[in-house]
Design a protein around this ligand. Structure first.
Ligand code: FPP
Length: 236
């Protein structure tokens, strides 16, 4: 039996990292302080995922709607992304992490897009954990893009299957998330992996992202193990 079925460890965990701003506001700090702490949570969560035997971790680091935030906050988030890449890449590589980016990376500028591509290439042979970073990502845009690709092949409409369509999404070759976590008490999908989370277990926690740690991750994995997944079917 597949290890992940037997032990009920989610193979793929996706996270909407929310609450950085509220964490900072509660301390009278600027929002960027919350984002900075949020980066530390990213580090902890990657380690926790490896520890728990999770094979795919997808983090919603920047949504396509986040461009509408004040330019200074966009600049702070872009800076943190660049800094994260430069300071963490080697360690991620040593830990056996394969990095994959989904979303419109070009919107961050040529230099960051090139660094992201280089990071993907450098870590492409790793297999312990695939860390998918959703950057300038939107679930609807992903679906529209896949539809465009399907049309561009010139295929007959009736030849398009769900399986084929999945392979045209940016998450091609990545299994659908088993567990979707959102922090900070909000209970929304917010245009994240719309197609891919059709059968994901959803877990909402009040913990703000900067406070999220290994114990919270372990707790979420335990909670997942108690859920009965039927994928729409009824047990016989
Ligand atoms: C939500 O907090 C979080 C984000 C907008 C993005 C998440 C970003 C990070 C964790 C830091 C950057 C990460 C990397 C790897 C570079 P919010 O600002 O919406 O919080 P609020 O709802 O409390 O205001």
């Amino acid at each position: 039996m597949d290890e992940h079925v037997r032990k009920s460890v989610p193979r793929h965990v996706a996270i909407i990292m929310d609450g950085n701003g509220r964490w900072a506001a509660a301390r009278g700090l600027p929002r960027v302080a919350g984002h900075r702490e949020g980066v530390k949570s990213v580090r902890r969560t990657v380690e926790a995922a490896i520890e728990q035997g999770v094979r795919y971790l997808t983090l919603f680091a920047f949504s396509s709607e986040n461009w509408q935030r004040p330019p200074s906050e966009v600049a702070d988030l872009t800076f943190l992304l660049k800094h994260f890449l430069r300071s963490e890449l080697n360690e991620l590589h040593v830990q056996g992490v394969r990095l994959k980016i989904i979303g419109e990376r070009d919107r961050f500028g040529e230099q960051i897009a090139a660094e992201l591509a280089a990071a993907e290439l450098k870590t492409s042979g790793n297999s312990r954990l695939t860390l998918v970073m959703a950057l300038s990502y939107g679930g609807r845009a992903d679906i529209v893009e896949a539809a465009r690709r399907a049309i561009a092949t010139g295929m007959a409409p009736e030849a398009l299957t769900e399986q084929h369509f999945s392979a045209l999404l940016s998450t091609d070759a990545i299994p659908d998330p088993d567990l979707l976590i959102r922090t900070s008490g909000e209970e929304r999908i917010s245009n994240f992996l719309l197609w891919q989370t059709a059968y994901s277990e959803l877990l909402f926690t009040d913990v703000l992202w900067p406070d999220f740690g290994a114990a919270d991750f372990a707790h979420a994995v335990e909670e997942f193990a108690t859920r009965e997944r039927r994928f729409g079917a009824r047990p016989v």
